[in-house]
Design a binder for this molecule. Structure first.
Ligand code: 173
Length: 322
């Protein structure tokens, strides 16, 4: 028998795989309630992928926190129980504390993709999460402290506050007592008076009715929310270039859209809060600067404490030029 040259053999195999490639289906979960602010970008992304990827790739949207607790989505993604997740770094710090550093990003996402920061993070995602970070759907979108008791200065002594890892170091540094909960437990915690306030971005307070149980918002905002699509890396590595392309295109479009979208949403939600009777608490110029600076100082200190190896590098990539 004549030997078939290896190259011909490979080409034939490659051809037959491409010719018979099946539509792949990916299982997806969101860590935020379905059809609310931080799931909407993901839901648009799914629609786009399912339209442009017809016959090539399909996303099976399993749903949100009713299907899976938000703080377990990271584990499920890493292990391959799900293929795709819409979530935020603060929800999987147990696996990758560095992911919470996205909140400290002060330069546009597009710049992080160019300055080496994205590649640096991608390597950590591969190593610690077995994941590919596809796209961030949230533009600049500051966090705030919401309260039901008035404060005159950045002093949270005697106050109990609902947190995630986003706010922990900052609120504790101001003397607050903190309790971590998933977003789905905030309403009840406020209603029962279990907490005197909570951390949350400028947008989304109305999604779960928290406006009914919120008296004050403290200004200025600090940090920026990050909510992104992650893909299990084992799944990703098995996709064809064509399948990857569908995901990457829809991801890049969503990331670009998020920038303008959140600029509008931030302004609209601030106005809606004022109309709903949520009063703003502000400090004098010195107090406001101290508050804002303390947010970043305590935030970075927390990241560096948890990741002495990567924290200082990430600070270089994510911070505004001094
Ligand atoms: O407060 C939170 O639950 C939180 O950490 C978060 C992160 C990104 C967007 C919205 C909320």
């Amino acid at each position: 028998m004549r030997k078939i040259p290896a190259l011909v053999m490979l080409a034939a195999l490659g051809f037959s795989t491409a010719a018979t490639a099946q539509e792949v289906t990916l299982r997806a979960v969101t860590a935020f309630a379905e059809k609310t602010t931080y799931s909407r970008g993901f839901e648009r992304f799914i629609e786009k992928v399912n339209a442009t990827g017809k016959g090539i790739i399909r996303i099976n949207y399993i749903g949100g926190p009713k299907a899976m607790p938000p703080f377990e989505v990271g584990n499920a993604l890493k292990s391959g129980v799900i293929d795709m997740a819409n979530t935020t770094g603060a929800f999987y710090t147990n696996l990758m504390p560095e992911a919470d550093a996205w909140k400290l990003r002060q330069v546009p996402m597009a710049e992080v993709r160019k300055n080496g920061g994205f590649d640096y993070m991608a390597a950590i995602y591969a190593q610690k999460m077995n994941a590919v970070f596809l796209a961030n759907f949230v533009g600049d979108n500051p966090f705030h402290l919401y309260l039901n008791k008035k404060i005159a200065s950045p002093d949270l002594a005697g106050l109990k506050l609902r947190i995630t890892p986003v706010y922990r170091d900052f609120f504790q540094a101001m003397g607050g007592t903190v309790v971590q909960t998933a977003p789905g437990e905030v309403y009840t915690a406020l209603e029962r008076g279990v907490v005197d306030g909570y951390g949350w971005p400028i947008t989304g307070v109305f999604d779960l009715g928290w406006n009914e149980k919120t008296k004050y918002r403290v200004d200025p905002g600090f940090y920026t929310a990050e909510v992104s699509v992650l893909i299990n890396k084992t799944t990703w590595d098995k996709l064809t270039p064509q399948q990857k392309d569908v995901l990457q295109k829809a991801g890049a479009e969503g990331e670009a859209e998020g920038v303008g979208e959140f600029a509008k949403l931030n302004a609209a939600d601030a106005e809606r809060q004022a109309k709903a009777g949520i009063e703003t608490i502000t400090f004098d110029a010195v107090g406001a600067k101290r508050y804002y600076d303390q947010a970043y100082e305590t935030g970075w200190a927390g990241i560096v404490r948890q990741s002495p190896e990567h924290g200082p590098k990430l600070k270089g990539f994510f911070s505004k030029a001094q």
